[in-house]
Unconditional design. Structure first.
Length: 215
């Protein structure tokens, strides 16, 4: 039986690159996103490349919605081997104009949703004796931009969370790591293409050493 990667925040860009990379390495791919049309398009593109891909509608900011999506996934596969959390609330609001409520809502999606996924799979991964949680980080965690204040705080949270979970879950043989993407992702970029970033996630997953790759 093939291994299974669940990609939360599936869509074009990094998620598609990771889905293709892991899929071509023999993984089955479970895609989660809020938009059914986007999911179906990506699933069909992966299927055309010979990848076993399935789509599930779910909202990373809603724990009940995520539980429902994971229950549907478990109807197909008994175990989940890898989680890739690729969710971010892209919002251009200067931090000086942000509100406490706005920060809280965005943090739930940008960071706290990771814990919903971790809590759903950690016990099963521990019983199986292995597992991995991969998080999409960003350069804003290192170089904050006040025009993207909420997102920058979210990426700082992702980086910190990855480091903490890396230590906390290592005794359970669950690897946690993040690729901190320090650039604009584009198919025309010299460096930050979805394929190149996906290669970094594969390296992170296979090496299983440090919690972070800055790329």
């Amino acid at each position: 039986m093939s291994k299974v990667i669940v990609i939360i925040g599936a869509g074009p860009g990094i998620a598609q690159g990771v889905a293709e990379k892991f899929g071509l390495e023999g993984f089955s791919v479970a895609l989660i996103s809020r938009r059914k049309e986007k999911l179906e398009k990506l699933k069909n593109e992966l299927t055309e490349k010979g990848i076993d891909a399935h789509a599930f509608v779910g909202d990373a900011g809603d724990s009940e919605s995520m539980k429902d999506a994971f229950n549907q996934i478990w109807e197909i596969w008994e175990h989940i081997d890898v989680i890739h959390y690729n969710v971010a609330k892209l919002k251009m609001v200067n931090i000086a104009n942000e509100t406490a409520d706005g920060l809280t809502r965005d943090f739930k999606v940008n960071v706290a949703g990771v814990m919903t996924a971790v809590n759903l799979v950690a016990s099963d991964m521990e019983k199986k004796g292995e597992g991995a949680i991969l998080l999409t980080g960003g350069g804003f965690s290192l170089y904050p931009d006040p025009e993207f204040g909420s997102l920058a705080i979210g990426k700082a949270g992702i980086r910190n969370l990855a480091g903490s979970l890396h230590i906390a879950l290592k005794p359970k043989n669950i690897f946690v790591g993040t690729v901190t993407v320090c650039g604009i992702v584009s198919n025309t970029s010299e460096k930050h293409t979805p394929k190149n970033i996906a290669d970094q996630f594969w390296k992170l997953y296979t090496d299983r050493n440090e919690f972070e790759i800055q790329f």
